[in-house]
Design a protein around this ligand. Sequence first.
Ligand SMILES: Nc1[nH]c(=O)nc2c1ncn2[C@H]1C[C@H](O)[C@@H](COP(=O)(O)OP(=O)(O)OP(=O)(O)O)O1
Length: 185
Amino acid sequence: MVQAPATHPVQVVLCLPILRGLTGNRVLLGMKLRGFGAGHIVAPGGKIEPGEKPAQAAARELQEETSLVAESASLEPTARVNFRFPANPAADMDCTVFMASDFSGMAEHSDELAPAWYPVGQLPLAKMWEDSSLWLGRMLLGERFDVLVLMAQDNESVARFATIPWPENKIPLTPLSEADFPTAT
Ligand SMILES: Nc1[nH]c(=O)nc2c1ncn2[C@H]1C[C@H](O)[C@@H](COP(=O)(O)OP(=O)(O)OP(=O)(O)O)O1
């Protein structure tokens, strides 16, 4: 049987549950326990499965990794991040990021993630991917944008970073590629 070529870049999602409180908002992140990015604190997420819409994948990954349950229709798309790894192109990912304000259940550990709630102003950046400090806080404060993260040869540090705001804060219909981003922002 002829195998269909694997999608490149890999299509992935991240899903950030937000708890709104009188003393400020909290976001659920977690230590990744296995697979790509293990050892970093990350947002729940993973690969879009065949036939899934990005929001469906985000709701499924959220439940699988944290036990929190959210309706895919209630998830808000907040960013698209093109992760590019020139030293390891198989790891290139197009990531749609969602925020979840409406969910049920209690966050629980899974095989993949050890979740914990963090005040949005005190993200555990020292334990996250280096690029998180460039886009995650801005997104949590309300920016809606496409992001390019070009990794350096070590596949960890950031060689180039650029953003393009979404018109009227709405996700554009067309995905962007590396060439669409300005060389400096
Ligand atoms: N530079 C980076 N910064 C960041 O914040 N997140 C990144 C990143 N590069 C990749 N990611 C995220 C996006 C994606 O949701 C996740 C990797 O996908 P997966 O969790 O599906 O990987 P796994 O190797 O665990 O795959 P499975 O075999 O499906 O479990 O890592």
